[in-house]
Write a protein that binds this ligand. Structure first.
Ligand SMILES: Nc1ncnc2c1ncn2[C@@H]1O[C@H](COP(=O)(O)O)[C@@H](O)[C@H]1OP(=O)(O)O
Ligand SMILES: [Mg+2]
Length: 471
């Protein structure tokens, strides 16, 4: 049977009680979400497993496939969702007379037919993705406001002398706040760039006041959260939610509240980069790029280039999507599929201190790339690459520089889900399971799957040549 718009609800009997613990709505933009409640049972094999479905005509797919559907959307729901489901069903019916529905289970899997939680419910991160997009968008609003009126007094010096602004802290507070509000039933672990140490110093009182006001104003203007204003103490506490060490167990959010602070201060590109690790793997990522044009940066149309503000989002096995920060419908994006280096152009850091321009120039030349490098700040490069603005991204920091996971987690999955591949300069996948740092010292290279072998060879040859004089 062919159909597209459908709602699937999963549940079963536990201790004689009906329990609904999941709902999937592949065309869920059209349907309200079900409410999150209990966690799924660890093993479905202990209970009967039933599926109800509601659908209307057109499209393709089938109920069983929805379990594994790349587009399926999930919510964990409690028994109270049954009432909501009935309500939902009647409103869908009203709005679409072609709806077919069943109030009886479509089929029941008995406990003798174990269903792996991993292969069904646990594979979806849809509720987290929605929360992540909300968090990054709100943080982007705060950053845009600060960047517009950037004063020298917004710039402080962290102990490592890198520039940090009220926006870095404000963005971290908002992301942490939104994630915890949106996902109240989930354990919260955040690996984030900023901590409150410098802000607790006497001389930072005015900065802390400004951050607190900015955060409260942004929350109030948004209107989603009806909360009393955060105090300065709340702000410090929320910033320090980001001190998790991450690692290979459980889920950890990974945040760079402003990636590319130097670009931000210059009025150029920056990104709010938020990823989620599950058992050490990046399973979703969101990149808010307030200054990235909605059209390709290679566009000749100046008018089009003036329209900026992109939100990239990716979930494992679901593809990468781009929408405007103003809320246009998401469109699926794909990396450039060029196999011909002569057609390819490449991205690198704007800041020469962040990545060797001479090495990437040598690699590009060896590969046969004709176009000059395109230099932009931050993980906006991963976003722009995911929609094909360029075909290659090369990053070679100075020896000894330790890459942090928040500088690549979101970008890594945005690229992977858009059909690209990011690896270290030796071709190994990036490993996000080691804590706050990526365990690599060679550099990072990104391109499409067809170009990767040739790029890898050019990288290896160039690195060897570079090492020769010192042998
Ligand atoms: N010396 C350095 N070498 C390489 N990367 C750095 C260095 N200092 C900061 N970074 C980080 O590199 C990233 C920006 O890279 P790009 O040059 O591609 O824009 C940022 O995450 C930036 O940190 P931050 O997030 O604090 O701005
Ligand atoms: Mg960064």
């Amino acid at each position: 049977m062919l159909w597209r718009h459908y709602l699937v609800v999963f549940g079963g009997m536990r201790s004689g009680q009906l329990v609904v613990f999941g709902g999937a709505s592949p065309s869920s933009n059209r349907f309200p979400y079900l409410i999150a409640g209990i966690s799924p049972p660890t093993s479905l094999s202990t209970i009967d497993f039933q599926i109800w479905y509601h659908m209307c005509k057109a499209g393709r797919g089938q109920c069983g496939r929805a379990l594994h559907s790349l587009e399926s959307r999930w919510e964990m729901v409690s028994i109270t969702a049954v009432a909501r489901l009935v309500h939902l069903n009647s409103s869908i019916k009203r709005s679409n007379p072609n709806l077919l529905s069943t109030t009886k289970p479509l089929f029941t899997l008995k406990s003798s037919s174990p269903v792996s939680v991993n292969s069904s419910i646990a594979m979806s991160y849809d509720d987290q993705l929605i929360a992540a997009k909300k968090a990054a968008s709100l943080a982007a609003r705060l950053c845009q406001k600060v960047q517009k009126g950037l004063l020298q007094s917004d710039v402080q010096s962290k102990s490592d002398k890198s520039p940090v602004t009220v926006a870095d802290y404000g963005s971290q507070v908002l992301v942490s706040f939104v994630l915890q509000r949106e996902l109240p039933s989930q354990a919260f672990s955040l690996v984030a760039e900023e901590d409150s140490r410098d802000l607790r110093k006497e001389e930072s009182q005015e900065t802390l006041r400004r951050i607190t006001k900015l955060v409260n104003d942004t929350i109030a203007n948004d209107g989603t959260y009806n909360v009393s204003p955060l105090s300065e103490a709340d702000v410090l506490t929320i910033i320090d939610c980001g001190t998790s060490e991450g690692g290979s167990n459980g889920q950890h959010w990974v945040l760079d509240p402003i990636d590319g602070t130097k670009g931000f201060l210059r009025g150029d590109q920056y990104a709010i980069a938020l990823g989620l690790l599950d058992e050490g793997k990046v399973v979703l990522g969101v990149l808010a790029c307030p200054n990235l044009p909605l059209e390709s940066i290679r566009s000749q149309d100046q008018h089009a280039l003036n329209k900026a503000g992109c939100l990239f989002s990716a979930q494992l096995s679901c593809g990468t999507y781009m929408e405007s920060l103003d809320g246009s419908p998401p469109v699926k994006v794909h990396v450039s599929d060029t196999e011909d280096p002569e057609e390819a152009s490449f991205f690198e850091s704007y800041e020469a201190a962040h990545s060797s321009h001479s090495l990437s120039g040598a690699i590009a030349k060896k590969l046969g790339v004709k176009a000059p490098p395109v230099r932009i700040d931050s993980q906006a490069k991963y976003g722009a690459l995911s929609r094909g603005d360029a075909a290659i991204y090369l990053r070679f920091p100075n020896k000894g520089y330790r890459e942090k996971i928040w500088d690549h987690a979101a970008g890594y999955i945005v690229i992977a889900e858009a059909g690209g591949v990011a690896s270290d300069a030796g071709g190994k996948p990036l490993d996000f399971s080691k804590g706050r740092y990526l365990d690599l010292d060679t550099g990072i290279i990104v391109t499409n799957r067809k170009l990767m072998p040739a790029l890898l060879k050019a990288v290896q040859d160039s690195l060897k040549e570079q090492a020769l004089p010192s042998l």
